[in-house]
Design a protein around this ligand. Structure first.
Ligand SMILES: CC(C)(COP(=O)(O)OP(=O)(O)OC[C@H]1O[C@@H](n2cnc3c(N)ncnc32)[C@H](O)[C@@H]1OP(=O)(O)O)[C@@H](O)C(=O)NCCC(=O)NCCS
Length: 296
């Protein structure tokens, strides 16, 4: 059997494959409108596997900010699984990215996919958890003071930084927070403090794609045509110099006056888990680091 893995500019090949598997587990139909929308971006690439001209597999990749890439939408036709096609597609997507770090999301219970990506060299970072806040939370005690006196060392030493291996979500996509990115974000007022809480914040937009709400930040949204930007979201990646809940509540109450707040953290966050809210558990964030990336 000859399998050709190649880049494609045709989102309809992906659409057809997803539709054929719409009743199979781990087929995320939301990939259909997502791929159509992201095809507008210059650094977005689709790869397909073909047998006799028929599409039997697909994946996509996107080069993102701060030397990070993203891969998603991996699907192999159910009659063609366990033949190495998924691995070849993942390799093609990885090779298309000229970034040191590459991220993907996978459900923990999707053992086939978790094994495949771990075999390729991805490492588990954290399981995402998100708290959505649309109105003020009960008053917290203590004075509210929002400042921007945060340095790189205090962020790196905070609770939540090591636990997430320094990977945070800016918009939908994870990035590796390193000093250069930190200084850049600080210069654009996206690093704030409220007492013991340090937060990386993003001014994002909630875009409903399929039946799923995605939050994309300016970096993505400004490159997209015809999207509805009426739903403003403030995304917050929190870190703690001390595990003090009242400071997180105060920060969220301040930010919620600017828009709906999405606290994006990890399963096991000792502070956000005490918010008077139900958190939505998310997928595993997996990280791949290209070896010797800066050597040439
Ligand atoms: C996950 C998926 C893409 C794997 O594609 P594939 O072409 O079968 O994968 P490969 O043949 O390259 O498998 C590579 C390795 O992954 C692991 N693997 C793949 N399928 C597996 C399964 N069903 N059970 C256990 N391990 C599995 C194995 O380690 C395998 O190596 P091996 O065959 O030498 O043991 C495919 O099952 C699929 O499309 N699933 C539904 C969609 C999905 O889950 N996408 C991923 C979303 S993150």
């Amino acid at each position: 059997m000859d399998v050709a893995v190649k880049e494609s500019r045709d989102p309809d090949k992906v659409v057809g494959l997803f539709e054929q598997h719409k009743d199979s587990p781990f087929t995320y139909l939301t990939n259909i409108p997502l791929v159509k929308m992201l095809s507008q971006l210059e650094s977005f690439k689709i790869f397909v596997a073909e047998v006799d001209g028929e599409t039997v597999g697909c994946i996509h990749s996107l080069s993102y900010i701060y030397d990070c890439g993203y891969v998603g939408g991996l699907l192999v036709h159910k009659d063609f699984r366990r033949k190495g096609i998924g691995s070849r597609l993942l390799d093609a997507a990885l090779n298309s990215l000229n970034t040191r770090y590459v991220y993907l999301f996978v459900e923990e219970k999707n053992t086939a996919a978790v094994r495949l990506v771990e075999k390729t060299g991805f490492k588990r970072i954290y399981k995402g958890r998100r708290y959505i806040v649309s109105t003020q939370l009960d008053e917290a005690s203590g004075a509210l003071r929002i400042t921007n006196d945060v340095d790189w060392a205090s962020l790196k030493e905070s609770i939540g930084f090591k636990e997430r291996n320094g990977a945070v979500n800016l918009g939908y996509y994870p990035v590796k927070m390193r000093e250069k990115a930190f200084e850049d974000l600080r210069a654009s007022n996206r690093i704030i403090r409220c007492g013991s809480v340090i937060a990386i914040i993003e001014n994002s937009y909630g875009l409903t794609i399929g039946d799923h709400l995605y939050a994309f930040n300016d970096h993505i949204v400004r490159s997209l045509r015809c999207v509805d930007t009426s739903r403003r979201i403030v995304e917050v990646n929190p870190f703690y110099t001390k595990p003090r809940l009242s400071d997180l509540i105060n920060m969220v109450n301040y930010l919620v006056s600017l828009g709906e707040v999405h606290v994006k953290t990890y399963d096991g966050d000792p502070v956000a888990s005490r918010l008077p809210l139900t958190g939505r558990i998310g997928a595993l964030t997996m990280e791949y680091e290209k070896q010797g990336f800066n050597m040439f």
